[in-house]
Structures are given as structure tokens and as C-alpha cells.
Design a protein around this ligand. Structure first.
Ligand code: NOJ
Length: 549
């Protein structure tokens, strides 16, 4: 990949998250042949669920669409071999492709074709835990003296008969301790997530070495970096102390914040920095405040980026958004860290669903995501204004209740929506109105949310202010959030109205006044694109303004 300007590529990029199971299925025949050859898979998920998931070839065939939308990089959720207890976040071999999704050759083709379109590709690195089917864990649990025993975290139980878990930590997904008793070796092992996802012991240098080899394996193939799953979980207090009783019910994975993780990250950063193509490390630091998250950038020697999750916790609410914008500007600014923004992903209800089903609000939120100072991460399907699918209880498959946002992407209006499904159903129900809310139908409609995303992405790419500029929150009425971005003489203003009524928003104007560059309603609405800004914002409307000439 060619080097960009002085700014590192990941600073100006818009990433697009692809959840491979739900993105596109292109080669069912090849999948069936692979699975037949293997005699099927031992995965926990039922056959139909496995058979109708997306594949790498499906992603490859949609690269032209992604380039057309205007994104710069793709983040691929896990595609490695997995029993799929956590739909890929339980990896049984870090250096291969699950036959469900394809082969390593398929991955190489996908990567080469993405690079040929100037799209970078980062992959998930699920480094906190493995599947319990990973050969490392199979060895570790085989006996107390197994070679890899200490690659995981084992403790004796408490109480006279050792029948009580070693501490009061709670796991994520389903209530219960973060420990499972291993009958054969009579000790407990730690898992911040499901019992099938034992935590690796990162205080063991052999684990660091093994994961470094994994990182090199993918970087040598040409990937452009990693999204580090639950990265704040890696280092643990060696004493494994109880948490205060009032916090015991909160999953420990959102509390672990041990200083030893920073040393681990500095080591991993050195590994990726040694590669000339500037790979990026993006961390999922799922802690509750921007300050805790910002700490994981170190002194520019740990993560390059960490998702700033607090904004995802806001409803469609001006006060909350203003507070989070202000906080991020201050907190990340103080440590000279570049924010990473995300408003939805495969773990949370979709944006539009969270905002009460309103497409208007989803459109307005696009101006925030692509207008904020920092790197933006867009979850596949958000550009279509997709809502979560309704999942009947009998079709629920995820232990964490996240099926709705993982519904397959509808590509066209046909019954299978562009998926090569044969006669079987998709792995999850389609999202609402898929016959009209699909990529093909929306791509023909200049008034669609998809067209709006394209205009916003193009405007962002063309504006140094929007890609690199500082952010200043502007004084506005309470129901409005507005901010100014500026870089080397280039200026833009983003105005988002959260109220139900039209509202006057006076802005200090440049000499030629403000012109609407992009509007939620396109050329319609209070101020259409290409017209002068009238000093007012419509209900739940958003505008991107540029100086007039
Ligand atoms: C965070 C991932 O985003 C989520 O999908 C997964 O279940 C957990 N980490 C465990 O890997």
C-alpha cells in the first residue's frame, strides 16, 4: 500500500466492520465440499446455522460496493477455526480459516483484491482467551504437570473442600462465576466469558511469544493491523483479589484494568512497528470512561487507537452527546491521543433501533460519527439504515442476546437477498423491510440514507478540516450540538438538531457566509445542499456547513 501524507493512514481512515457470518455468502458449493471432506465439523451450533453463514468469497465479491460507498479500511471479525460457541470469538487455531468461511487462499485473495482497491484490512486478534478446543487448552487441562498448564489461569478452590470458586468474579453471558472446575485435575480455570473461552495467562512469557508469532503470521501475509478484542483484560492482578461485594454482579471483563496490560501492549506495539507498512493496533477497551480508555494509548507506545465507547451509551440526546464530545476532546487531547469513534457494532443493538426506529435520527447520527475528530468505525449495514431483526425465541442462537444486530445484510430485493442460500433459510431472520431496504434498491435512490452516507464520506475525504482538524464545540440552544473543525485554513461546521421543533442556531459566519454541503434531507428540507445556511435547523436534522465563496 502506498504511504499517504504525513498523517498515518489510520488517522484519516473510515473503517467498516464486517461480521463475516452476516455479510455475504457467495460459494455454498465450495463450502459444502470443504465440510464434506472434513466429515462435518464438531461445532456446537446447529447445521443450518453453520451452512447459511457468510463466507470470505462473499466479502471479496462485495469489495467494489465498499469502495463505491467510500470507506477506506475493513475490520473483519473472526473467521478462524472455531466451535462457534461465541460465534468466532472462541478461536481454536489462530493461524487458519474456519472451513465455514473458506481457506487461507481465499483470505489471501480477499486481501489482495482489497489492497488493489486501496482498501486496507485489519483482523480481530482475540488474545484474551482461546476456545477450550484449542490444542493449547487441550494440553493445559490434560494434567497439572502438562507442558502448557501455565498458559492458562488455574487456581485451587476456596473452602474446606475447595468447592468454592477462587474469587467472586462474574463472567459475561449468563450469570455465573468466571471460573469452571476441572474435574480431572481438580482445579478451577478462569474465563471472563463463557466456560468454553478460557483466559490465557499473559504473565507467562511463552504466551506472549506464541501470540507474537500469531501477529507476525498475519502481518507477513499483509494484513494492515488488528482490532484487539477485550484488550484491557490481558494483564490480571496476580493475586486475583475479590472485587468489592457491590461490584461482584458486574461482569469482571468490564472491570479488569491492571497496569501489567500496558507492558504487554508496549511489547506488541514494538512487534507491529517493525513492519514498514504501518500496521495499526485498535483496542477494544470496554471500560466505562474516556479517561480509562485513553490510558491505553500509553505515551504513543501502546495502542494506536481505542474505541471511545461512552458515546455509544447515549440515546438520541443532545446533552449526552455534547458531554461525550466535550469529554473526548479534553481527555484524548490531554494525552495527545487520537480518538476512535463507534456508534454500533456486533455486540450492541443497531443505532436506529436504539434511537427508537427513526431513520431520521440514524441519518443525523452519521454526521456525528463522520464529523467528530478521530477515526470512524462504521458497522456494516448502518449505511442502509438497517434496524435489528426480530428474533423469535426458537431462533435465538447467541448466548449474549446479540442476534438482532447480526442479521444478514440484504443485498438485493430477491427472496434470498443476494445470498447463495439454496433453499435453506438465512442463519438469522432478515432485518425489517429487506425487500426495499437493501443495498441494490437504495443504491438507485438519491434520497436514500445510503446516498447520504456516500456524500458524507466523500465530503469528509475531501476536507482536511474533517479528517485532521481540531474540534471546537459551539454555543447553541440546548437541543442542538454544533462543532467546528479546522485544519490549515480549511473549516467545516457540523450542526445536529435533536429537538422535535425547528430551532434557530446562530453561527459566527465567514465572509461568504455558510453553505450547506451535506444535509440529512439532501436537497430537500429547511436548507438544501448547495444553498445558503439560513441560521436554523429542522427537527432531528443535521447539516454539514462549509464557507461560501
Ligand atoms: C468482545 C467481542 O466484541 C464480543 O463479540 C465477544 O463476545 C467478546 N469480546 C469475547 O471475545
Amino acid at each position: 500500500m502506498p504511504d499517504g501524507d504525513a498523517a498515518p493512514w489510520w488517522k484519516t481512515a473510515v473503517f467498516y466492520q464486517v461480521y463475516p457470518r452476516s455479510f455475504a455468502l457467495a460459494d455454498l458449493g465450495a463450502r459444502r465440499a470443504r465440510l464434506d471432506q472434513l466429515g462435518g465439523l464438531a461445532g456446537a451450533a446447529p447445521g443450518a446455522v453453520r451452512d447459511s453463514a457468510g463466507d470470505l468469497e462473499g466479502i471479496r465479491q462485495r469489495l467494489d460496493y465498499l469502495a463505491w460507498v467510500g470507506i477506506d479500511a475493513i475490520w473483519l471479525s473472526p473467521f478462524q477455526p472455531s466451535p462457534m460457541v461465541d460465534f468466532g470469538y472462541d478461536i481454536a487455531d489462530f493461524c487458519d480459516v474456519d472451513p465455514l468461511f473458506g481457506t487461507l487462499d481465499d483470505f489471501d485473495c480477499l486481501l489482495a483484491d482489497a489492497h488493489a482497491r486501496n482498501l486496507r484490512v485489519i483482523i480481530d486478534l482475540v488474545a484474551n482467551h482461546t476456545s477450550d478446543q484449542h490444542p493449547w487448552f487441550v494440553d493445559a487441562r490434560s494434567s497439572r504437570t502438562a507442558a502448557l498448564r501455565n498458559w492458562y489461569i488455574w487456581r485451587d478452590g476456596r473452602g474446606p473442600d475447595r468447592a468454592t470458586p477462587p474469587n467472586n468474579w462474574t463472567r459475561a453471558f449468563g450469570k455465573g462465576p468466571a471460573w469452571t472446575y476441572d474435574e480431572a485435575t481438580k482445579q478451577w480455570y478462569l474465563h471472563l466469558f463463557m466456560p468454553e473461552q478460557p483466559d490465557l495467562n499473559w504473565s507467562n512469557p511463552e504466551v506472549v511469544e506464541a501470540m507474537t508469532a500469531v501477529i507476525r503470521f498475519w502481518l507477513d501475509r499483509g494484513v494492515d493491523g488488528f482490532r484487539l478484542d477485550v484488550v484491557h483484560g490481558l494483564g490480571k492482578d496476580p493475586e486475583l483479589p475479590d472485587v468489592p461485594a457491590e461490584r461482584a454482579a458486574l461482569p469482571y471483563c468490564v472491570q479488569n484494568d491492571h497496569p501489567s496490560t500496558h507492558g504487554i501492549l508496549r511489547e506488541l506495539r514494538k512487534v507491529v512497528d517493525a513492519y514498514p507498512h504501518h500496521p495499526v493496533l485498535v483496542g477494544e477497551v470496554f471500560l466505562l470512561t474516556a479517561r480509562q480508555i485513553a490510558a491505553y494509548y500509553g505515551a504513543d507506545d501502546e495502542l494506536h487507537l481505542a474505541f471511545n465507547f461512552p458515546a455509544m451509551g447515549c440515546d438520541f440526546d443532545a446533552a449526552c452527546i455534547r458531554r461525550r464530545t466535550d469529554e473526548a476532546t479534553r481527555v484524548f487531547g490531554e494525552v495527545n491521543a487520537w480518538p476512535a469513534w463507534v456508534l454500533s457494532n456486533h455486540d450492541q443493538p443497531r443505532l436506529r433501533t436504539r434511537y427508537g426506529g427513526s431513520e431520521r435520527r440514524a441519518r443525523a447520527a452519521a454526521f456525528l460519527l463522520l464529523g467528530w475528530r478521530g477515526t470512524a468505525f462504521l458497522y456494516a449495514g448502518e449505511e442502509l439504515g438497517t434496524e435489528d431483526a426480530e428474533i423469535p425465541p426458537e431462533q435465538t442462537v447467541d448466548p449474549g442476546g446479540r442476534d438482532g444486530c447480526r442479521a444478514p445484510i440484504p443485498w438485493d430485493p430477491t427472496p434470498n437477498h443476494g445470498w447463495e442460500l439454496d433453499s435453506q433459510p438465512a442463519w438469522l431472520p432478515w432485518p425489517p423491510q429487506a425487500s426495499v431496504r437493501n443495498a441494490e434498491t437504495l443504491s438507485h435512490d438519491p434520497a436514500s440514507i445510503l446516498a447520504l452516507y456516500r456524500r458524507l464520506l466523500a465530503a469528509r475525504k475531501a476536507s482536511p478540516a474533517l479528517t485532521l482538524g481540531d474540534l471546537e464545540l459551539l454555543a447553541t440552544p440546548e437541543s442542538v450540538v454544533a462543532f467546528r473543525r479546522e485544519w490549515e485554513g480549511d473549516v467545516r461546521v457540523v450542526v445536529v438538531g435533536f429537538g422535535k421543533e425547528e430551532c434557530a442556531v446562530e453561527l459566527e459566519a465567514p465572509q461568504g457566509g455558510w453553505v450547506v454541503e451535506v444535509a440529512t434531507g439532501g436537497e430537500e428540507g429547511l436548507a438544501g445542499e448547495g444553498t445558503a445556511y439560513l441560521g436554523r435547523i429542522g427537527p432531528e436534522e443535521a447539516l454539514l456547513l462549509k464557507p461560501g465563496r
